[in-house]
Write a protein that binds this ligand. Structure first.
Ligand code: GDP
Ligand code: MG
Length: 162
């Protein structure tokens, strides 16, 4: 089948917005309320004539388990099911203990992992991006899922990673 890209990260970092951006259409559910994407959902995507599947791993039940356990299990799932993984971080917040735990899991992955610094809506926000090298997963890719900034470059990297 076609390659699978899994999108993981804490609630509210913009995973579903990014998935919509990468799909080029609004389809994944986006809400201001953290945890609104209840289920893991797959979508068919195409970039430069290559087809792949994007999995939005937003499912999170704040009553059932803490965010830390949830994000870590997302990362474990992504490692077993995906050909490449995006770890999405809110660049305006920086990396939290949860992001560091997810990164620690993902550093064991044999699959390529790209760190996405989301919510880099303007040049000013670029200043926070370099800090995300500390996750130990290589170069962070700045994007604004909301406005589309950097999403084409990210998709080029994703295709190279498969
Ligand atoms: P998820 O929980 O990780 O799936 O996050 P969502 O995609 O539901 O987004 C959470 C909130 O962040 C929403 O209010 C989005 O509009 C907002 N958001 C997502 N991407 C960006 C971005 O690039 N810039 C800004 N400023 N806000 C964003
Ligand atoms: Mg979501």
């Amino acid at each position: 089948g076609q390659p699978v890209l899994a999108v993981v990260g804490r609630p509210n970092v913009g995973k579903s917005t990014l998935v919509n951006r990468l799909l080029g259409r609004r389809q994944a559910v986006v809400k201001d309320t953290p945890g609104v994407t209840r289920d893991r959902v797959s979508y068919d995507a195409v970039w430069n004539g290559r087809s792949f599947t994007i999995v939005d791993t937003g499912g999170w039940d704040p009553d059932a388990e803490g965010v830390y356990a949830s994000v870590t299990s997302q990362a474990e799932m992504a490692m077993s099911a995906a050909d490449a993984i995006l770890l999405v971080v809110d660049a305006n917040v920086g990396s939290s203990a949860t992001d560091e735990a997810a990164a620690k899991v993902l550093r064991r992955s044999k699959r390529p992992v790209l760190v996405v610094a989301n919510k880099v809506d303007d040049q000013r926000a670029e200043a926070e991006v370099a800090e995300l090298w500390s996750l130990g997963l290589g170069q962070p890719y700045p994007v604004s899922a909301l406005h589309g900034r950097g999403s084409g470059d990210l998709l080029d990297e994703v295709l190279r990673a498969f």
